[in-house]
Design a protein around this ligand. Sequence first.
Ligand code: ZN
Length: 178
Amino acid sequence: MQAFLLPCRCGADISVTSSQAGGRATCPVCGGVEPVPRLRDLEKLRVVKTPPPSRRDSGAGRPWTGMHSLVLAGTLLAATAGLGSFSFTPPEAELFDEDTIRSSVMKAPIDEVYTAWATRLIYSSVERMPTELEAKSRARSDYYYNLRNSLRAAAGMGALVALTGVVGVLARGKANGR
Ligand SMILES: [Zn+2]
């Protein structure tokens, strides 16, 4: 808001704003009360170049709010989790070809092969159960894929939190600036 200099009878200037037009202002030097001109005449007075000190103070030492903490925490989380999710490539599950399976079957003791056949293959006419190595490989692959998805979700959450904080800070700044 624009401020004007109202000359006091003591010679000092009283800083008044347009909201005080038509009212009264107290001189900070002599303590006398001076009538403030109406808005039309007020604008003929000299204009204060800098905003009044009370307003400047509220803008300068803006306090660290919870919203600022949200921005910081969210940004850190998004950066850490985001970088983490790109720091590795989940291994693809290895599916072994027939030769590998046949050779491992040939190497295994015959009773083990029979047990495997009896407990697994007998229940599936076409689809074969994954071998132990395949299952391990798949579990390992799934683990890293899940880890990467979790990190990405965390990064997304962090970004959302940071964004909420930014909106909060901006809304607050707008309220202060009024
Ligand atoms: Zn005065």
